[in-house]
Ligand binder design. Sequence first.
Ligand code: AMP
Length: 209
Amino acid sequence: MAHIVFLGPPGAGKGTQAAEISLRMGVPHLSTGELLRAAVREESPLGREADAHMRAGRLVPDDLVLEILTERLRAPDCRKGFLLDGFPRNVAQAEALDRLASVDRVLYFDLPESVLTERMTQRRHCPQCGTVYNLTTRPPKVPGRCDHDGGPLAQRNDDTEGAVRTRLSVYREATRPLLEYYRKRNVVLDIDASGRPEEVTARIRRVLG
Ligand code: AMP
């Protein structure tokens, strides 16, 4: 059973890689960002509370994120293991995760900050099927349209300049300390997250064996 965490700054490509690697490994891809965005779309009480924090680029309060994640972890598909993308994001969440499951591997996505901003502001996605594009490195075949269903592409409401700046500083202050937390346990694998998505996938496959 594999319990894997993808750790790294926003815009490093964790979501794109998690989608690919989870398919290959046959374990579910658990993105707390996606779970929260779904709750916002459904306008559930939790989603309504999370919405303002997300738009501003701040972390959603730990109790809400834990509620949504714990619920997801109860689903039968998580018995085979899971790939966590975007969780934990601070030490309190890492400690909560330790109480829920053992963490086998932490993949640290390493990328300079200048590249991150560029990747986030160039990011678009298909609201229908969830496919993520980048206007420079992974453009859709027809501008503004999804390759799979032809639907119009959208931009995340937290990929704007102001929210991106906040997300990067939240990462530096709250999330980056987790690198030390997990290094002490010898579970961290460093991934050079630069280059094309296929190149990064190949590096991940190499270190995961
Ligand atoms: P992501 O899709 O991982 O970039 O997450 C998008 C946004 O969802 C973040 O900027 C936070 O507002 C919120 N979020 C996602 N995961 C977490 C988490 N583990 N803790 C707190 N907030 C989160």
